[in-house]
Design a protein around this ligand. Structure first.
Ligand SMILES: NC(=O)c1ccc[n+]([C@@H]2O[C@H](COP(=O)([O-])OP(=O)(O)OC[C@H]3O[C@@H](n4cnc5c(N)ncnc54)[C@H](OP(=O)(O)O)[C@@H]3O)[C@@H](O)[C@H]2O)c1
Length: 399
C-alpha cells in the first residue's frame, strides 16, 4: 500500500521500524535514514527477510537538501521524523519541497535555546495546505496518545471538558544509578526547565519541579509526581474548547532527582558552550556521551509505565470524571521488539499515525496536532498494535 521514510535510528526509530515490519500490508517498503549509517544497517539486519522491503541511507537531516535528495530517490508517501526535535523544520521544509506527508513526535526546539513551542511548526499551516500535504505533529505517546485520549473523551463522554490532568508514570528500574529513558539531552532540558500550566486562559509559571503530589497509579501504586510543562499543553489549550485548566505530571524517584541536582550544581546540564582541550563543547552533550545509551536499557529495565489523562467536565448537565490510560510493561516490550517501554510507547503511535496517513484516514492538507483528527481509528489501532487502554469513571483526582 505505501512507503515510509523513517529518519533517525535511535530508540524510538527502532520501535517504529519493528512495528512497520509487523504491518507489511500498509508498509510495503521503508527506508531507514540517519546520521550514522551503521545504526540503520544494524536495524535492517535485525528485520530483513520479512514482507516489508527495507533500504538504508546516510543523511544529515539538518540539511534540507540532503533530505530532499533522499525523498526524490525513495519517493515515500510519508516521512516519519524520529530524529531529534532540532531537525523538525529542515525535514518539514524537505516534505514541502517534495509534496510528501510529514509526521513527528516532538516539537521544534532551537539547539541553542531550551524552549520548545509549536509556533515555528504551526507557521507551516498555510504552506502545507496549499501544497495539499498533511503535517501531523507530536504523534508519540505524550504528546500524541494523550491528545487522542482527550479528543476521544470530548467525542464520546463530554459536552464540556473543564479540567485535564495528564499523568505520566514510569516505574521501570534499569539498575543504573542514573540514566534517562530517551535522548538525555532532550530529557534533561525538559525537566530542568520551569514548570508551567494552563489556567483560565493564562499560563502559570512555577520553578522547576516546584509542585509535587503523590498519586496512586493503577497497576503501579503510589508515586511522587511533579508538575512539568509539556508540549501538548499548548495545543490542547487551543483545541479543547472551553477547557479551564490543563496540567502535566511526571513521576521521578528521589534517587533520579538527587543525581540531577548534583549534575546541575556542577554545571553538567548546561547548554552554554565551554572550551575543553581547545574545542567548544556543550556540557550536556558531553554528559550524554558518558550516560548509558537509552537504546541499551531495554534488557535491563523491569517494571511498568502508566500514562493517561484524568478529565473532568459535564455531560447532559451532570458532572463527569473520566480516566483513560495505558499500562505498558518494559520487559514485554523488550521481548517483542527489543526496546524498553518509553521507546515502545512513542514508536507505536508514530507507526499508527503514519498508517492512518497512508490509508488516507488521517489526511487533510495543513499542519495539525493529533487531537484535531477523529480519535476512533487511532484508539482502535492502539488496542491492535500493543498499547491497549483502560477506562475508569471514578478515579482518584490530583488536588
Ligand atoms: N512524544 C513522545 O512521547 C516522545 C517520547 C520520547 C521521545 N520522543 C522523541 O522521539 C525522538 C527520538 O528519540 P530517541 O529516544 O529515539 O532519541 P535517540 O535514541 O537519541 O535517537 C535519535 C536519532 O536521531 C539521529 N539524528 C540526530 N541528529 C541527526 C541529524 N542531524 N540527521 C540525521 N539523524 C540524526 C541520531 O543519530 P546518531 O545515531 O548519529 O546520534 C539517532 O539515531 C526525539 O525527538 C524525542 O524527543 C517523543
Amino acid at each position: 500500500m505505501g512507503k515510509a521514510l523513517i529518519i533517525g535510528a535511535g530508540g524510538v526509530a527502532s520501535v517504529v521500524v519493528h512495528k512497520c515490519c509487523q504491518n507489511p500490508e500498509v508498509f510495503e517498503e521503508i527506508m531507514i535514514a540517519s546520521r550514522t549509517l551503521k545504526k540503520c544497517e544494524a536495524l535492517k539486519r535485525k528485520l530483513d527477510g520479512g514482507k516489508t522491503k527495507i533500504q538504508t541511507a546516510q543523511v544529515d537531516a539538518d540539511d534540507s537538501n540532503q533530505v530532499i535528495a533522499l525523498i526524490e530517490r525513495f519517493k515515500p508517501d510519508v516521512v516519519i521524523n524520529v530524529a531529534l526535535p532540532y531537525q523538525d523544520l529542515s525535514i518539514m521544509d524537505a516534505c514541502l519541497a517534495t509534496g510528501v506527508h510529514y509526521l513527528d513526535t516532538a516539537n521544534y526546539e532551537p539547539p541553542d535555546v531550551p524552549k520548545f513551542e509549536y509556533k515555528w511548526q504551526w507557521a507551516y499551516r498555510d504552506k502545507y495546505e496549499k501544497a495539499g500535504i498533511t503535517g501531523l505533529l507530536g504523534c508519540g505517546f505524550d504528546p500524541g496518545v494523550t491528545g487522542v485520549f482527550c479528543a476521544y473523551a470530548q467525542k464520546h463522554y463530554f459536552d464540556e471538558i473543564h479540567y485535564i490532568d495528564i499523568l505520566d508514570a514510569n516505574a521501570g528500574d534499569h539498575g543504573y544509578p542514573f540514566a534517562t529513558n530517551f535522548n538525555p539531552e532532550i530529557n534533561i532540558r525538559e525537566i530542568t526547565a520551569k514548570g508551567r500550566y494552563y489556567k483560565e486562559g493564562e499560563w502559570v509559571e512555577t520553578e522547576p519541579l516546584e509542585i509535587k503530589r503523590v498519586y496512586d497509579f493503577p497497576e503501579i501504586g503510589p508515586r511522587n509526581i511533579y508538575l512539568l510543562y509539556h508540549e501538548e499543553l499548548e495545543s490542547l489549550a487551543v483545541n479543547i474548547k472551553g477547557v479551564k485548566r490543563i496540567r502535566f505530571w511526571m513521576t521521578f524517584s528521589d534517587n533520579y532527582l538527587n543525581h540531577l541536582r548534583v549534575l546541575q550544581n556542577v554545571g553538567m546540564t548546561s547548554i552554554e558552550p565551554i572550551e575543553f582541550e581547545g574545542k567548544m563543547i556543550q556540557p550536556i552533550q558531553f554528559l550524554k556521551a558518558v550516560l548509558p545509551d537509552p537504546a541499551t536499557l531495554g534488557p535491563r529495565t523491569k517494571g511498568k509505565t502508566n500514562i493517561g489523562c484524568i478529565i473532568q467536565g459535564v455531560k447532559d448537565g451532570k458532572p463527569r470524571t473520566y480516566y483513560v490510560y495505558n499500562v505498558c510493561d518494559h520487559q514485554e516490550c523488550y521481548r517483542e521488539v527489543g526496546s524498553q517501554a518509553i521507546s515502545y510507547t512513542t514508536g507505536v503511535p508514530a507507526m499508527i499515525g503514519a498508517m492512518l496517513i497512508i490509508k488516507g484516514i488521517w489526511r487533510k492538507p495543513g499542519v495539525y496536532n493529533v487531537e484535531e483528527f477523529d480519535p476512533d481509528p487511532f484508539m482502535e489501532a492502539l488496542n491492535k498494535y500493543g498499547l491497549p487502554w483502560k477506562e475508569d469513571f471514578s478515579p482518584d483526582l490530583v488536588d
